[in-house]
Every structure is written in C-alpha cells, then in structure tokens.
Design a protein around this ligand. Structure first.
Ligand code: NI
Length: 135
C-alpha cells in the first residue's frame, strides 16, 4: 500500500462549508477520504480523455429494440470491440425498451471509439459512461 502523505490545502471558507455538506450527504468518513475519491475520479477521467493508460468503465445504454437494426447493430459493434469488452448485461425494461450495461477495460482511446460508435446506432436513447482506474 502506498504511504499516505499529508499536505495543506487552502480553500475559501464557503467552499469548505459546501464540501463538508457534500461529505455529510455522501456519508463519507472524513475530508481526506472525500478528497481522495474526488482526485481519483478526476484523474481517471483525465487518463481516459488523453487516451493513454488502461481504464475500466461501464457504459449503460437505453434503447428501443423496435427501431430497425438497433439490436443487431449493437451486437455487431460489441463484436468489433470484443478485446475491450469484459461482459454485457441485458435487461428487458418494458415492451419497447432494453437496457444494456457493458463493462469495458482498455485504453481510453479505444473506449472513446466504442462510445462514439454507440452514439451513431439508431434507437439508442441514452448513453451513460462511467470511468474508473486503479489510481
Ligand atoms: Ni431486451
């Protein structure tokens, strides 16, 4: 485990008060833990946006499976990116809608290519990407 390093941070009082409310609302243990989480989330996004380094991610999509070729396009696309996809969970939401949660591992550039390609599939209503790394 990495040793912990202490450092001082100066912030406006109002910002700190808002941060404490955030910590309380999230049920986090203390400011250090909250700050570590925020730094990791921000840096994971940064690594992803640079396209370098391995990141993990999930992309959750909601789509209308009645739209012509929606389901087959999604399947084909996932086969095109098989090296980056760990698994997919499919949920039949209602008569019209399906939800898929796709777990990804790979470099940021590839994951971005995949999510961009998803955006082009007709019938997709929402795409929500979450990125993590092992920082
Ligand atoms: Ni379905």
């Amino acid at each position: 485990m990495d040793p912990l390093v202490r450092f001082g941070v100066a912030v406006p009082a109002s910002l700190l008060a808002e941060f404490d409310l955030y910590i309380q609302g999230k049920g986090l243990q203390n400011r250090s833990e909250a700050l570590r989480q925020l730094i990791r989330e921000k840096l994971s996004r940064e690594i992803w946006s640079r396209g370098e380094g391995a990141v993990f991610g999930t992309v959750t999509i909601m789509y209308d499976h009645h739209v012509k070729d929606a389901s087959s396009s999604l399947t084909s696309l996932q086969h095109d990116f098989v090296e980056s996809i760990i698994c997919t969970t499919h949920v039949h939401v209602d008569h019209d809608h399906c939800l898929e949660c796709i777990v990804l591992k790979g470099n940021g550039r590839t994951i971005k290519e995949f999510t961009d390609a998803l955006s082009a599939v007709r019938g997709i209503k929402t795409i929500d990407l979450s990125i993590s790394s092992i920082l």
